[in-house]
Design a protein around this ligand. Sequence first.
Ligand SMILES: CC(C)(COP(=O)(O)OP(=O)(O)OC[C@H]1O[C@@H](n2cnc3c(N)ncnc32)[C@H](O)[C@@H]1OP(=O)(O)O)[C@@H](O)C(=O)NCCC(=O)NCCS
Length: 161
Amino acid sequence: MGVRIRQLGSDDYPYVISVVDQWWGGRQMADMLPRLFFQHFTDTSFAAERDGRLTGFLVGFISQSRPEEAYIHFVGVDPDERGGGTGRRLYEAFFQAARARGCVLVRAVTSPVNRGSIEFHRRLGFEPETGDAEVDGVPVFSDYDGRGGDRVRFVRSLRDS
Ligand SMILES: CC(C)(COP(=O)(O)OP(=O)(O)OC[C@H]1O[C@@H](n2cnc3c(N)ncnc32)[C@H](O)[C@@H]1OP(=O)(O)O)[C@@H](O)C(=O)NCCC(=O)NCCS
């Protein structure tokens, strides 16, 4: 059976939080994903499932301060399901939801060590914003969250396809 995209909900939280660090290759990610995202941002957050099993998720929202901008906070696909278009389908569902709410651009932030995420975002039409430094040829914003880490800030227009 194929992969189905549906809205993410609070019932998905226990499973997602139990696998998230493992899906990120052992990085500590769970602290960045409190349950509130599965309660207050569900209109613009999506799950992928195959045979009733969650195989991917996207947490995103419309900016409250900049209503024409949308932001993708998290996306993850089960390692056994990668490379099959699930991440793309989750992003496309989000783009459609954001456009329907009048957004004209979407932003996402990733870590420069996450080369897979950088390539994925480029393939999805995102461009990195010019920062204050470069890591392995990718522009970054240093000390972005105030704890010494560099971040790549991606932006994509929603006006094209
Ligand atoms: C990044 C991630 C969500 C991609 O999901 P996916 O389902 O494998 O992606 P898709 O199969 O939909 O790929 C979409 C496009 O990105 C490309 N792509 C995806 N992962 C890639 C990688 N690691 N390296 C190079 N290209 C990649 C694919 O080739 C594809 O290109 P195409 O459609 O133009 O042929 C997944 O690898 C993941 O969960 N990684 C760990 C979590 C993470 O880093 N999340 C992002 C930061 S929050």
